[in-house]
Design a binder for this molecule. Structure first.
Ligand code: 5GP
Ligand code: ZN
Length: 119
């Protein structure tokens, strides 16, 4: 069924607690944890508990949960005190754009200068 946990999905395992992660915030619908290979002083991933392969498919099926992910991204930016300077919310979508884990996730990146356009 759509949204069901996938046995071979790393982020479903983090949701289930069978793979450890440094969790910074949790809600009924989302989990946020530090990226294992941070690209900035603040680099937190916000994921829905439901499994969808990318942000757009999550949004098509679960608009409320998608809003929860974005709201949590903002809460994390405030908690990490990167909101005043500015931060970035990134959804890599597709292998050609650098997506390596096919469970929707927002990268919250901040705490350093951020170039535009991104690489
Ligand atoms: P993507 O490349 O799909 O946009 O983002 C996946 C992110 O997950 C990468 O930034 C990568 O460093 C992170 N990541 C991969 N494996 C793990 C893990 O086991 N734990 C944590 N906390 N992050 C991971
Ligand atoms: Zn998953």
């Amino acid at each position: 069924m759509a949204g069901e946990p996938q046995a071979d999905c790393l982020f479903c395992k983090i949701v289930a607690g069978t793979v450890p992660a440094t969790v910074v915030r949790e809600t009924e619908t989302t989990v946020a944890f530090r990226d294992i290979n941070p690209q900035a002083p603040t680099h937190v991933l916000v994921i829905p508990r439901l499994h969808y392969p990318d942000a757009a498919s999550l949004a098509a099926a679960e608009p409320n949960v998608t809003a929860d992910v974005l709201r949590e991204a903002g809460e994390i930016a405030a908690q990490e005190q990167v909101d005043e300077h500015g931060y970035r919310i990134v959804f890599n979508t597709g292998a050609g754009a650098g997506q390596t884990v096919f469970h929707a996730h927002a990268h919250v990146i901040g705490g350093r200068g951020l170039q535009w356009p991104p690489g």
